[in-house]
Design a protein around this ligand. Structure first.
Ligand code: CU1
Ligand code: CU1
Length: 289
């Protein structure tokens, strides 16, 4: 049965509750922290001379598609009716948006230590202690909009600029690729400060706190953000039916600086035994509403 991923703003309160309960149960059982660990383990930058599959690479989109599917299957083992909702941050674009309500993601961090004090993932409520992290931090933090160095959320025009690019990705297949749907969506630019971050990266930075960096999975909004990014990949495919759906289609040859550092169309993306090619079409698994 093809299931539906919904816009989080359209969930009923029962659906919100079911999603949150499944996430909390996965956390309680230890399964959630395995996802945090995987994301940290595969947080490889393009300054490192090794294979990078998750970020700063063409497989940014299929790697996170598989990561989301694995997470969603874990939730569905707890409650088969649960799917991962998506957060359209071009529309629900303020700390007052309903996504941050007490029965869903909870609110902003408090002044000072940025600790989230409301909602199901507040440390003080006893169900969300961060145990796998890149810092000593044990509680969920957020710093929406970075008031000391303000950043906004991407606008519809920013998303449109990515969707309008007819090429999936271009050499050198990393954070310096200046064109191509993949990096326009992932969001590395040559700018400095906040201007370095667009679309996907800009949203991580806008939420702030643990959403910045390798351990960002510790904020459950990570999944809602990435479900929206995943939906943009679907929209890009639909908008460019003639385009090659993934590049590079063959591995960069020996002598190419990206040789053995990126996954081509038919190469597996560790830790998953799955290729980008196998993930191009999600229509037999789920759809976006
Ligand atoms: Cu990631
Ligand atoms: Cu991300």
């Amino acid at each position: 049965m093809v299931y539906t991923r919904k816009n989080q703003r359209n969930l009923t309160s029962a659906e919100r509750k079911a999603f949150v309960s499944a996430v909390l149960e996965l956390k309680r059982s230890g399964g959630y922290d395995e996802f945090v660990r995987t994301h940290i383990d595969f947080y490889v930058s393009d300054g490192e001379d090794k294979l990078r599959v998750a970020h700063m690479a063409p497989s940014f989109l299929p790697w996170h598609r598989q990561f989301l599917l694995a997470f969603e299957r874990s939730l569905q083992r707890i409650n088969p009716r649960v799917t991962v909702p998506y957060w359209d941050w071009t529309r629900d674009n303020s700390p007052a948006s309903s996504i941050w309500s007490d029965d869903f993601m909870g609110g902003n961090g408090r002044r000072g230590d940025l600790q989230v004090m409301t909602g199901p993932f507040a440390y003080a409520h006893g169900k969300w202690e961060i145990s796998v992290n890149v810092t000593e931090g044990r509680f969920l933090t957020r710093d929406m909009g970075r008031p000391r160095d303000p950043i906004g959320l991407p606008a519809p025009a920013d998303v449109a600029r990515a969707l309008d690019d007819p090429v999936y990705d271009v050499a050198p297949w990393n954070s310096t690729s200046t064109t191509g749907f993949r990096n326009k969506t992932e969001g590395w630019t040559t700018g400095s400060g906040n201007a370095r971050f667009r679309n996907h990266n800009q949203v991580h930075r806008w939420v702030g706190g643990v959403m910045v960096g390798a351990a960002s999975v510790n904020d459950p909004v990570f999944w809602l953000h990435h479900a929206y990014i995943d939906s943009l990949w679907s929209r890009w495919q639909a908008a460019h039916p003639e385009a090659k759906r993934y590049l590079p289609d063959v591995p960069p040859p020996e002598g190419d600086p990206q040789h053995a550092r990126v996954a081509a169309l038919n190469e597996p993306m560790p830790p998953f035994n799955v290729t980008p090619s196998a993930l191009l079409d999600h229509s037999t698994i789920y759809r976006y509403a």
